[in-house]
Design a protein around this ligand. Structure first.
Ligand code: BMA
Length: 332
């Protein structure tokens, strides 16, 4: 078989630890998790569900920081190594939006995609309920806000890292105003990042009897990774247990040119809450991935995920192993 091709720029200096001896899981946790503590900022209650990209000679990110008023805010940050972060204590002030949508209500669960040399932030933006906000930045200092992508209610808006068939492309998850008890992943296209259409269904929650960790709702996680096998999508899934919601995550392969067609989908989770910082916190039993870094040459991938809505964790793996796992445990 030909060697799998993985798109992206070489990233030899990405944060990395080898698979621990005796570990047979497709991904493994950073030995010093959590990588970002809840109190990195003087006023932060928690820092989690955040987005990171390679930037200049290091990394930049947009962080979900809930403050001690328990307001959900977004902050920019920089790091040399992806492990030690300098997060701006001031919230991001988005510029240039129509005041009707530019007035800040709340923002959470950001993702950042680099497309054609610019960085695009998508987040869950308050506008008569949650919807998908979009902003562009070149430097993580000035952020230009665009129109919201969709009508409320919607969450987990994740852009693809390139145009598909000449259009910007986004996954999202129509929701409700609260702790939504349902949710499928959809695909939408736009010529200009303002007008979205060509909506297509991608995946529904799995039947309980087949894969219970993803039986209540699902949502896209990090920006998908392009490989010769298809788009590798890491996504979260929710189980409604007798003790509340449990957030785990798994993987799927989507068709390269028709990403609404899933090729394979993991029946097993890649990760489910197990460590103490995932099991306890402001919201127990949550592992919620929003970003990944990868090095195409080695196939290494580093996944950042929110832990118990309190701190940020990091996990490592190899893209070819995750793809093999996705096919081996496929439920489609
Ligand atoms: C979801 C989102 C996430 C959060 C999760 C668990 O609905 O609000 O930000 O991590 O619930 O509380």
């Amino acid at each position: 078989m030909d060697k799998m091709k993985i798109q992206g720029r070489p990233l030899p200096g990405m944060p990395w630890e080898d698979r621990p001896a005796g570990c047979n899981d497709p991904i493994w946790r950073y030995s010093k998790n959590p990588v970002i503590p809840r109190d990195l900022l003087p006023d932060s209650n928690s820092i989690f569900n955040s987005a990171i990209v390679p930037f200049r000679d290091g990394y930049a990110g947009v962080f979900r920081c809930d403050d001690k008023n328990r307001r959900m805010t977004l902050h920019a940050g920089f790091s040399k190594d992806g492990l030690k972060w300098d997060i701006n204590p001031e919230t991001i002030r988005f510029e240039g939006a129509d005041p009707e949508i530019g007035e800040w209500v709340y923002g959470y669960d950001p993702r950042v995609a680099e497309i054609e040399g610019s960085y695009y932030v998508t987040w869950c933006n308050g506008y008569h309920g949650p919807t998908i906000g979009i902003a562009r930045t070149e430097d993580f200092v000035t952020f230009h806000q665009l129109e919201n992508a969709f009508l409320p209610y919607n969450r987990n808006g994740v852009l693809f890292p390139r145009k598909i068939n000449g259009k910007f492309a986004m996954l999202s998850r129509p929701s409700d105003t609260g702790h939504t008890a349902f949710g499928d992943i959809f695909y939408s296209e736009s010529p200009d990042l303002e007008y979205w259409g060509h909506h297509r269904h991608v995946m529904a929650p799995a039947p309980f009897e087949v894969s219970a960790w993803q039986c209540m709702k699902i949502g896209a996680g990090p920006v998908p990774v392009e490989t010769s096998e298809g788009w590798l999508l890491i996504y979260h899934g929710v189980l409604h247990s007798c003790n509340g919601y449990v957030y785990a995550f798994g993987s799927a392969l989507l068709d390269l040119e028709k990403p609404w067609k899933a090729i394979a989908r993991s029946g097993q989770y890649l990760m489910s809450p197990r460590e103490i910082y995932e099991l306890t916190g402001d919201v127990p039993n949550v592992t919620f991935p929003c970003t990944s870094l990868h090095d195409p040459d080695t196939g290494r991938i580093a996944i950042y995920y929110g832990c118990a809505d309190t701190v940020t964790g990091l996990a490592f793996g190899y893209i070819p192993d995750i793809i093999e796992f996705t096919k081996r445990t496929n439920i489609l």
